[in-house]
Design a protein around this ligand. Structure first.
Ligand code: ADP
Ligand code: MG
Length: 363
């Protein structure tokens, strides 16, 4: 047996490092859409418009009316690990923005042709940065940012081969925006494909942030319900019950679970209408799905999957969002406290008279 010829250890070229790192962040057009919409939300946008060609493979543009990027910072926005959102470990531990890793734009720029067009509130004109050449030019635009991403994976054909049909990629892009839309009813969203408007969810007034003001709260939950109806259909509201639970975590701080849960009749064969959010971030998490399933245990048979949209508000220091580059997974400091809160929240909601009526077939 002969050992394979050994090659000396070398540092990889910068471009290859970026392309390797991009593999974790950008899997398909929908990953780009998700990251760009995250950025628009972090910038305080009220309206976000997504335009796609060929399911996003040929072109993705995301346009917002948020705070914008000053011209002097456009180039650094495309660098790896460059972010305006955190500056210390302490800030990471209580991060409230969607982004914080400073990776998305760099990753996208290494696997597609990216241009960044932005006008910050204090600028009289917009500036456009070409991600490939690094050239910056004055351009026309109202305040806000437009990111254009062309020819995804043009330089990495192996990756491009993994993409599915345009229709499938489009469906994933729409899913990505839908998840954001359910969390942020106060923001308007529109999705265009091949020049046609395919989805539009108008801004619905007050946001759902917790305040001491009851009127604000009521307006907040009306906005959430309105958005749920717009996104998932009016039937979702009539066939679901409100969830609103307040508990305490192990250290005595508030933990809250709000949203809506479908009555047992609405359960599906697939788990494709289960939306959970932790502090406004869409997450997929076994603890949450297990807690939800166990709350439905007595009323659902076989493999039926409940439908729900749940917003969990928890002290940010009790959840680690820096687990995976896509931030779709989180780690709870004490998963039991979260499991219990979600389970109780759903059990209480399902025990309410309206849900009981549905169980016994009266509605
Ligand atoms: P992160 O979101 O983790 O900070 P990104 O690579 O997604 O990293 O973005 C880098 C930086 O560029 C952000 O921190 C932000 O300052 C700026 N930026 C990106 N997109 C926008 C946008 N739509 N509006 C305003 N600023 C943006
Ligand atoms: Mg980001």
């Amino acid at each position: 047996l002969s050992a394979p010829p050994r090659r000396p250890i070398r540092e990889l070229p910068d471009e290859l490092i970026s392309q390797i790192a991009a593999g974790e962040v950008v899997e398909r057009p929908a990953s780009v859409v998700r990251e760009l919409v995250d950025n628009a939300l972090d910038a305080g946008a009220n309206q976000i418009t997504v335009r796609l060609l060929a399911g996003g493979v040929r072109l993705i543009t995301v346009e917002d009316d948020g705070g914008g990027i000053p011209p002097g910072e456009l180039a650094i926005a495309l660098k790896r690990h460059a972010t305006s959102k955190i500056a210390s470990l302490q800030e990471l531990e209580s991060v409230a923005t969607m982004g914080f890793r400073g990776e998305a734009l760099a990753a996208i720029n290494s696997v597609a042709e990216l241009t960044l067009l932005s006008r910050s509130a204090d600028q009289a004109t917009a500036f456009m940065l070409d991600g490939r050449t690094g050239e910056i030019q004055p351009a026309a635009r109202g305040p806000g940012t437009t990111v254009e991403v062309k020819e995804l994976f043009f330089s990495t054909p192996a990756r491009r081969k993994f993409l599915k049909t345009d229709a499938t990629e489009l469906a994933h892009c729409i899913d990505a925006v839908r998840r954001h839309a359910l969390a942020r009813p106060e923001v308007g969203f529109a999705i265009w494909h091949e020049g046609k408007l395919v989805e539009q969810w108008r801004a619905c007034g007050k946001d759902g942030t917790v305040t001491s003001d009851d009127a604000d709260e009521a307006a907040g939950s009306r906005a959430f319900d309105q958005r749920l109806a717009d996104v998932l259909g009016a039937d979702f509201i009539t066939a679901s019950v409100a969830v609103d639970y307040r508990g305490r975590d192990a250290s005595g701080r508030a933990i809250r679970v709000r949203g809506r849960a479908g009555v047992p009749d609405t359960a599906r064969s697939r788990a494709d209408q289960q939306f959970s959010y932790v502090n406004g971030r869409y997450v997929r998490d076994k603890v949450l799905t297990h807690a939800a399933r166990s709350a439905y245990e007595d009323v659902l048979h076989g493999q039926r999957q409940p439908v729900y949209a749940l917003h969990i508000e928890i002290d940010p220091t009790r959840v680690d969002v820096n687990v995976h580059p896509t931030k779709i997974e989180v780690r709870f400091r004490d998963s039991r406290e979260v499991h219990q809160a979600v389970r109780h929240a759903l059990e209480d909601a399902l025990a309410a008279p309206r849900a009981q009526a549905a169980v016994s077939g009266d509605i």
